[in-house]
Design a protein around this ligand. Structure first.
Ligand code: MN
Length: 292
């Protein structure tokens, strides 16, 4: 982050409230992912000036509400743009084709992560002045006996024994979103950026299931699936779930014809993803035996 800020001559500053409790129970993985997205966006869309990361906290009963703010001197957003920003896949046409491309999913991920941690996210912004993106999370102050915060709801509990999943997806934000869910469910995973890289990973080790994006550079998901099904080793029978943004009439047939086991539409819903993984991973004794 610092290196990228230096490249653009941006000042990257960090301000941390001195009065925060020394120990808090929280979820460092989710926190890092949420924070990474906000700082990444701020650096990307601020041509000059500074990006300030500010951390403050306020006590609420046994918990402390941590507030992370990322303030930039970027172009700023109108009230209407702010309202639309946190929706999945929302981009801002008025900002030009590339100005905010890709931030929609990043910000909706931040909001999902913040809400999973009992908080929320938002944005205060003024045109020509800059923006402050923020998210808050609730953390129990350490040293008090209490149920662990941040446990997934019961319907999202991990499948017994977990499993090893190959995530084939070219978009880094989608990778992050999917692997956040997999981590939460207790699965192991390895990511590949395209179909060709996925085939190489299948040569190297055993997986229980493949999550396969359809549109990817180098080798797309349909071609990769055909090649997996044409293998002569046990990987030929692995469950392959397509993850697709463009599930239109007729697409499902095309996926199944290529050899995919089933498909899920983006934006990916955590509960639907887990349900489908569990259905196919525990689908039969041959599946479990093969992965052993
Ligand atoms: Mn893709």
């Amino acid at each position: 982050m610092q290196a990228r800020a230096d490249e653009k001559s941006l000042t990257l500053a960090v301000e941390v409230d001195d009065h925060l409790p020394e120990m808090l129970e929280g979820d460092p993985v989710r926190l890092r992912q949420a924070l990474y997205n906000l700082v990444d966006n701020a650096i990307k869309f601020t041509p000059e000036g500074q990006v300030i990361l500010r951390l403050t906290g306020r006590d609420d009963g046994d918990e402390t509400v941590l507030r992370f703010e990322v303030q930039d001197t970027g172009p700023g957003l109108s009230r209407d743009e702010q309202a639309r920003l946190f929706r999945p896949f929302e981009q801002l046409p008025t900002a030009g084709p590339n100005a905010f491309g890709g931030t929609g999913l990043g910000l909706s991920l931040v909001r999902n992560l913040a809400r999973l941690m009992g908080g929320d996210s938002g944005c205060d912004s003024e045109k020509q002045v800059g923006s402050t993106f923020w998210f808050e999370v609730r953390c129990r102050r350490a040293g008090r006996a209490a149920p662990q915060a941040g446990q997934p709801p019961s319907e999202m509990t991990r499948s017994a024994g977990g499993g090893r999943i190959l995530v084939v997806e070219d978009n880094r934000v989608n990778q992050l979103l999917i692997t956040t869910y997999l981590e939460q469910f207790g699965f192991e995973y390895v990511c590949a950026d395209n179909g060709k890289a996925a085939l190489e990973l299948l040569d190297e080790g055993a997986f229980d299931l493949v999550l396969m994006d359809v549109q990817m550079p180098v080798m797309d998901g349909l071609e990769a699936t055909r090649r997996i099904r044409a293998r002569t080793d046990e990987a030929a029978a692995i469950p392959i779930l397509a993850l697709t943004a463009n599930a239109m009439k007729g697409d499902r047939e095309q996926y199944l014809e290529a050899g995919m086991s089933d498909y899920l539409s983006k934006p990916i819903n955590a509960a639907a993803l887990l349900a489908m993984i569990n259905r196919y991973m525990t689908g039969g004794p041959q599946n479990r035996a093969r992965s052993a």
